[in-house]
Write a protein that binds this ligand. Sequence first.
Ligand code: ATR
Length: 268
Amino acid sequence: TDKYCVIGNPIAHSKSPEIHPVYAAQTGQDLVYERCLAPLDGFEATVHRLVEEGYRGANVTLPFKIEAARVCTRLEERARAAGAVNTLVFAHGEIVGDNTDGPGLVADITRNAGVAIKGKRVLLLGAGGAARGALLPLIGQGPREIVIANRTVATAEALARDFSRHGVPIKASGFAQIDGSFDIIINATSSSIAGDLPPVAPTVFGPGALALDMMYGNQATVFMDFASRHGATVRDGLGMLVEQAAEAFAIWRGVRPETGDVMKKMRP
Ligand code: ATR
């Protein structure tokens, strides 16, 4: 039986240990998936202990995703671009870091919501770690343009610069100056945690727009309520969570699980 876990602090709330066993059963893979609480000053030591104990890989959650990139002996391109790691593979004496958060977001939009990103105008709210992780996978879908809007405009400008060489026009903006309307609007700020709304004009929601908040909980976020009042179709971050787990599972096991069962289980 191969061992995996999710490392974080705190870790009790993590849903990953509910997701991976369903994928394992569905694909006939023999594995266990546990929670692992790492001390705030002991992430690296925890990773090395897991390697010694024969674990085959791990997911990484808050607050260790950036530190995890430094612990790796090799980084996949999308982890390097994200500046963060959510998936570790322990093999052949190496610690390989990958990031499936962005691919999970893209899979949720394109497969679960059934909305193509190609040729669309995309608005990304926020310029922190979550936004950075989303950019390369979004760019890979060939949108017409991406506008990054953030409370601190300089951070959005730096992010736009970092990702400008991939052939997709990327603009930076403050919330109040966002130009025009969009097909896909993604809230990658952490404002929903505090019950805050990024102060964007309702005109950002174009006809038939999809609005996605990376956060999820028992009820709709303030951003989802706002978007929905202005005609957008809304999603929370649960689909992204389930899809990033499927992407990690596929990296470890070479088979991508079907995510519908887990979505139903998490939100019956
Ligand atoms: P994460 O890893 O979740 O992206 P982060 O790197 O700390 O966390 O980034 C948080 C993001 O949410 C930033 O874009 C931040 O804006 P600033 O760069 O201006 O700080 C944004 N954010 C946090 N609280 C917010 C709020 N109440 N309103 C609007 N934006 C907020």
